[in-house]
Design a binder for this molecule. Structure first.
Ligand SMILES: C[S@@+](CC[C@H](N)C(=O)[O-])C[C@H]1O[C@@H](n2cnc3c(N)ncnc32)[C@H](O)[C@@H]1O
Length: 518
């Protein structure tokens, strides 16, 4: 049994999603069907039956005695709006298979009705642009006779028209509360990117197609793209990224999820009801939903969309998770450069050292560095900061020591670090203070949090709290290191680091923090 890589590929931070305004949950007795689905666009009970019938007649199966699909879930105390998800109807043990999904029924670029147009977009955009490609595929699929003639007809009707919570769809007056966060920069890029995709690539393709007069707008495309952003998975390398009916009813939890999508080599291990009519031996391919964590009756069953921090969750899915173990704060090379400059490192030195880093495979202009919750700064980040700030003598000694040595592979950073140790160590005062400056600058960028008590505002609060928490923890760590160093080596110079509450500052008198560089 192999775990399929049902992970998101690079998630272009996009949007986010709130719970659709309307959903339905129909009980078995009410509808005489085994489970309920939410239909975000239409509350016609016949759609529930149509969706279930579509799933059943297209090779999907779920254990109706074990799970309830499309139920209203969520703790109303903590969640301002209920959401739709999947519940355990009884205790379920680890290993149990609760659903089957035929990969041929996933909506993919290769399997959609307009493969040719989507293929043209791929030629125009280049490889790897799965969000744009699948967003376009969904837009077109919905365009066929308003989706009625699509083979995914019933599925398309249970998808929300858009995931309104994704940050790319937030109104401007709301986006300003994201200032300083990891979502902020990505958000600007994301919207601009979607606009370019639409104007430069999609509109010309549409204008030459049968959809020239379709009246599709950029907003229609953004909506389809937001649905894809919040629901698409990489199914497997062969099939690629797609929308996965049934699996996309599970909500996400970073850490402690219950289910995993997996494939199965030997179908005979499946309970009889789960065995597909067309077996894999005949070329069919299936994914199975398997429990990797036991669940109790009435507990919500969570999937994992990846080890995602709150910025990724908010931008791609429209929600945040408290105490998210995947949280991080991201810094680009411009932030490192600016901090080094503010610490008095000469601009030409910074430029030449960054070129050295690039030539030696340490980082590039668009590289990013992450600070993670409960972890010290990474060695790579400290190493690059050391290289930027090292004096010409220190750097000369370091680069001389590398002569004749071949650095390659994943151990490269460790090898560089071991060379730096011979030149006094990379966690020196200069390095730590450039990092401190970088954190201080970042902290100053955050906006005040909204006083609104709506759901989006609570997500903003969670995001900003978690990022600031990581920054403050790191500042505390640096403060301790710096104080330790001063006590050990620099006490006589009477330099000090002071702390104001949680916020750490360095002295700014004549021998300001960065004059410690001597
Ligand atoms: C793939 S769908 C999951 C099922 C979904 N609730 C639905 O409406 O069909 C992904 C969307 O569900 C919502 N979602 C998933 N996990 C969530 C969570 N832990 N808390 C709040 N919303 C969540 C977000 O709106 C996200 O964009």
């Amino acid at each position: 049994m192999n775990d399929l890589k049902v992970s998101r590929t690079v998630i272009p931070p996009t949007s986010f999603s709130r719970f659709p305004a309307s959903f339905l949950f129909f009980s078995m007795t009410h509808l005489n069907v085994s489970c309920g689905f939410r239909f975000s666009n239409d509350d016609d009970p016949s759609l529930t039956l149509a969706a279930q019938a579509w799933l059943r007649s297209n090779g999907f199966w779920w254990n109706e005695d074990a799970i309830e699909l499309g139920c209203v879930v969520g703790d109303s105390e903590r969640n301002k709006t209920s959401r739709v998800g999947v519940l355990a109807r009884r205790n379920i043990d680890v290993g149990e298979i609760v659903a089957r999904i035929p990969t041929s029924q996933c909506l993919t670029c290769g399997g959609c009705a307009h493969q040719k147009l989507v293929g043209d977009l791929e030629i125009s955009l280049g490889k790897g642009e799965w969000l744009a490609l699948l967003g376009f595929a969904l837009l077109l699929e919905r365009g066929i006779d308003a989706g009625k003639s699509s083979s995914w007809n019933a599925y398309l009707r249970y998808l929300p028209a858009a995931e309104q919570g994704v940050t790319a769809l937030w109104p401007e007056n709301r986006k300003r509360y994201l200032a300083g966060t990891d979502v902020d920069l990505a958000l600007r890029d994301e919207r601009a990117q979607a606009k370019t995709e639409w104007e430069t690539h999609i509109e010309p393709i549409l204008s030459r197609s049968e959809y020239a007069e379709s009246g599709f707008t950029f907003e229609d495309y953004l909506s389809a793209r937001s649905v894809v952003s919040s629901r698409a998975f990489t199914i497997c390398p062969k099939v690629g990224v797609g929308l996965v009916p049934l699996a996309d009813l599970f909500n996400h939890r970073t850490g402690g999820h219950h289910v995993l999508l997996t494939d199965i080599e030997d179908e005979s291990i499946l309970p009889e009801s789960a065995r597909p009519q067309q077996s894999t031996k005949e070329g069919a391919s299936y994914m199975y939903v398997r429990l990797v964590r036991s669940a109790r009756k009435d507990e919500e069953l969570f999937n994992s969309y990846g080890e995602l921090g709150n910025a990724a969750l908010l931008s791609s899915y429209g929600f945040c998770q408290r105490d998210n173990p995947g949280d991080q704060v991201t810094f680009g090379v411009p932030a490192l450069r600016a901090a080094a400059g503010l610490c008095g490192v000469d601009g030409l030195q910074i430029a030449s050292r960054l070129r050295w880093c690039e030539a030696n495979g340490l980082c590039e202009e668009d590289s990013t560095f992450h600070l993670k919750a409960q972890s010290p700064p990474s060695n790579t980040l400290l190493l690059v900061l050391w290289i930027l700030a090292a004096s010409p003598d220190e750097f000369g000694e370091f680069s001389d020591s590398l002569k004749g040595k071949r650095m390659f592979g994943t151990d490269k950073v460790a090898q560089y670090i071991s060379e730096v140790q011979h030149c006094g160590g990379f966690e020196n005062v200069k390095t730590l203070q450039v990092l401190m400056k970088m954190l201080e600058r970042r902290r100053a960028l955050y906006a005040s949090t909204p006083s609104d008590d709506s759901e989006w505002a609570s997500y903003c609060l969670i995001l900003v709290d978690s990022e600031l928490g990581i920054i403050l923890d790191c500042e505390k760590y640096l403060e301790e290191k710096l104080n330790g160093r001063f006590e050990a080596g620099n006490a006589s110079k009477k330099r000090k680091v002071i702390s104001t509450g949680n916020i750490v500052c360095t002295t700014t008198t004549s021998d300001a923090a960065f004059s410690l560089f001597d």
